[in-house]
Design a binder for this molecule. Sequence first.
Ligand SMILES: [Zn+2]
Length: 237
Amino acid sequence: MLRRLSAAIGSLLFPRRCVACGEYLTKDMHGICVRCRYEIPLTNYWKMADNPVKERFAGIVPIAEGSALFFYAGHSLWRTLVHKFKYGGHWHIARTMGRWYGSELRSSGRYDDVDIVVPIPLHPVKMLRRGYNQSAYVAEGIAEAMGLSVVRGVVYRRRNNPSQARRHTAERWQNIEGLFGVRHPERLRDKHILLVDDVLTTGATMTEAIRSILEAAPECRISVATLAVTRHITPIR
Ligand SMILES: [Zn+2]
């Protein structure tokens, strides 16, 4: 009785609706309905030894594995979803998607030796303004599904750089030099780090974070997981 009552209250407070289309869910499938799961343009990169995300970093910084969950394209529902959790306060979507992604990474068997999950940090000023770091919620969802913990605060932003979105490729690269710092590198030593961000476009931000980590803790290994990736690869060299 009590359990049924608390479930009823729970569903009132957190109605089981699909985070993408808003349809009611008959049972919780990481908060995303069957139809949306079928329609989402998944990359399946996490199952491949070589894929366009890994290629984006090839010859620039060494990574062990790299993948993204879905393609960020056009004016799709999935693009709207990313905007919702990035700017619209819907951080729970980031965690829901992260959980789904984490279970895919886990079942692929390619990420079995990952030790810790590290989100790309926001600058404290941006964090205050937005109230949350969406990448940290993606990281939390992934870590939860993989049975790992999230390490925050070790990698931090030195500057509050303006958004990369409207910059040309060359400007993006100038804009990010020395962007990240690492505190307590001993917490990263000898670890296989899964570095998490929301969207991968040029890979410039991620590359700079990897460089900073490898400078501070050269013996660690790094893999990359972003929730979305642009379908067309913007050359980063
Ligand atoms: Zn749906």
